[in-house]
Design a protein around this ligand. Structure first.
Ligand code: FAD
Length: 566
């Protein structure tokens, strides 16, 4: 078997197996807790059996949102927290999170008017399409939660004529539209990795490894298996935080505890290359409900269109794939809102699925299961000495607040004080972010003077990485560089920077999570081969490893994302 070598510091981590906190799972919740604990000076090890941000956190609808419909389930605490966190994300990660105008078309005035109070009282379990009037009440509350923050504008309603003037392709049966603001998380995978990079920068007390699975436990030790080499070894944690999302019960099983905390639901998305649909939505997300109350969204993702999502019970997160039935469902939904626009299967350039780590079922209607988060403690026992805290639920949007709660709890257990708050702390390339066109130009000019790189090149790096472009540019400028032959907007040293500084282990880490090349349909067989050359040169791959990586990536793209490269 062709094996991949770990970076040199890996061995040193194994010298001392004692660690205060072991976090299992490097999705957004594990990454958020990792950064927070690292900033408080706690020695912490984060591990993931796959790449960081390769579970549910890479399968989102890209929304930083309060979840206006959760009001109907009586989840007022969650909505208030999520709206605040949405605003914080827009401020702390301006390079990847932007205000997103969201437009809801209505085909009924009064539907759902009596559902909300009935559901709140627990007397109604089946969701239904909400009409304009009940949504108006929800949006009024939504605005009220952030009245004083002014991060995004308030909602507004538009009558039928005005709505059709703005969206001429909209179903002419529409009665009115409501437009409110949420946030768009443009590149969630990068934002999650940047959190981990920030945590690592806090000092050598913080370590993070992808492709390291928690597979067993005995006495005071957890067994970890290196998924790159097959080797096993153990660490001795004081506390374990199980942040493995939909895998939480399986991981607890490996840690000698039987739990049934999770009742996951699968959601799928498609990315379409469809210029007509893209033009029809403008820069707005179109967000609407099916007759059964399920949510569908049509979202502008650069020059492509993101369609989602489904909500189906799923017990095996590794098996989640987008099915032909889900595609039919999306097609029917698009036809309901934009009946004049036809969509074809060959316009799908990428698909993805993930499993929400929701609490074990309280409702048969998946949309009604709480999206709130909680921490569940399992005490030492059965020959295993450390406590395990399982992080159940939690939206992408609320990861910081959830991480803060878990970190505070952990600090109390360890008898330590909080040193730093994350509330107003920028993330990754959001640090020292120049606000406004003039400040941006000054920032770029200074970086150009410092590195000797051309402004046009730096502008591309800035759009891609925010102010982390400075670190990328310094690395690029340190040696001779040239554009990739198959993609003139990426360069050889940029790929080397990502490979060496962002924990790339497999080729698919690079094309799926450090860049958006696969998701945006920019990949072909020739480019993949060139990227394998560049990544392999940076990471010291043999020819056999390089070949195996190309084959693995092609197989994974076909199986999980419906992509066949030519
Ligand atoms: C379809 C869909 C759409 C969504 N849309 C939105 C949205 O628009 N906005 C929003 O705010 N939220 C959204 N969410 C919710 C949000 O994405 C999830 O709640 C969140 O990402 C969960 O993060 P997590 O870190 O808990 O889990 P995950 O991201 O799943 O991370 C768990 C990690 O644990 C690792 N792991 C598993 N077993 C082991 C082991 N034995 N050893 C080591 N590691 C292990 C996995 O590899 C994985 O990386 C959506 C979710 C889905 C599925």
């Amino acid at each position: 078997m062709a094996t991949i070598k770990r970076p040199g510091d890996f061995e040193s981590m194994l010298q001392d197996p004692v660690v205060s906190v072991l976090i299992i799972g490097g999705g957004i919740n594990g990454a958020g807790v990792f950064r927070d604990l690292a900033l408080q000076g706690v020695d912490v090890l984060l591990v993931d059996k796959g790449d960081f941000c390769s579970g549910a956190s890479a399968a989102t609808s890209h929304m930083a949102h309060g979840g206006v419909r959760y009001l109907e389930n009586g989840e007022f605490r969650l909505v208030r927290e999520a709206v605040r966190e949405r605003n914080r994300l827009i401020r702390n990660a301006p390079h990847y999170v932007r205000p997103l105008p969201t437009t809801m078309p209505f085909f009924k005035w009064f539907s759902g008017l009596f559902n909300a109070p009935l559901k709140f009282l627990g007397w109604l379990h089946e969701p239904g399409e909400r009409g304009a009037v009940v949504t108006k009440i929800g949006l009024w509350l939504y605005d009220a939660y952030t009245r004083t923050q002014g991060t995004v504008p308030r909602h507004r309603f538009a009558a039928r004529r005005k709505s059709l003037a703005q969206f001429p392709q909209l179903n002419p049966r529409v009665l009115c539209t409501a437009t409110y603001f949420d946030g768009a998380i443009l590149v969630p995978e990068r934002l999650c990795v940047e959190l981990i990079v920030d945590g690592l920068a806090a000092g050598p007390h913080a370590a993070a490894r992808n492709y390291l699975a928690a597979v067993g436990a005995a006495d005071s030790r957890v067994t970890l298996r290196d998924e790159l080499t097959g080797e096993s070894f153990s660490v001795q944690p004081e506390i374990v935080i199980n942040a493995s999302g939909a895998w939480i019960d399986a991981v607890n099983g490996a840690l000698q505890r039987e739990t049934r905390f999770i009742g996951g639901t699968k959601g799928s998305h498609l990315i379409l290359d469809h210029p007509e649909l893209r033009a029809a939505i403008g820069e707005h997300e179109i967000f609407f409900e099916n007759d059964d109350g399920r949510i569908v969204l049509i979202f502008p993702l650069r020059d492509k269109v993101l369609i989602g999502t489904s909500d189906l019970h799923c017990d095996d997160p590794d098996s989640a794939r987008c099915t032909p039935q889900e595609v039919d469902y999306f097609w029917a939904m698009i036809a309901k809102v934009f009946p004049g626009i036809s969509v074809q299967r060959d316009q799908i350039i990428f698909s993805f699925s993930g499993v929400r780590p929701l609490p074990a079922r309280q409702s048969d209607a998946t949309g009604q299961i709480s999206r709130d988060h909680s921490v569940r403690l399992t005490w030492p026992g059965d020959g295993v000495d450390f406590p395990v805290y399982s992080l159940v639920g939690g939206k992408w949007t609320t990861f910081r607040a959830f991480s803060e709660q878990v970190t505070d709890m952990t600090l109390t257990v360890l008898g330590r004080e909080r040193r730093q708050s994350t509330r107003n702390l920028p993330i990754g390339g959001g640090k020292d972010y120049p606000r406004g066109a003039a400040a941006e130009q000054r920032w770029l000019a200074a970086l150009s003077a410092e590195t000797g790189l051309q402004l046009a090149r730096l502008e591309i790096l800035f759009r891609r990485y925010g102010t982390r472009a400075a670190a990328a540019a310094a690395f690029i400028a340190a040696d001779a560089d040239q554009s990739l032959q198959c993609h003139p907007y990426f360069s050889q040293r940029e790929i080397a920077f990502l490979a060496l500084h962002e924990r790339v282990a497999h080729l698919d880490d690079l094309i799926l999570r450090r860049t958006s090349l696969a998701m945006l349909g920019e990949l072909n067989a020739e480019l993949l081969a060139e990227l394998a050359d560049m990544t392999g040169a940076a990471l010291g791959w043999s020819e056999a490893v390089r070949q195996a990586e190309v084959e693995r990536t092609c197989a994974l793209l076909a199986d999980r994302h419906g992509v066949r490269l030519h």
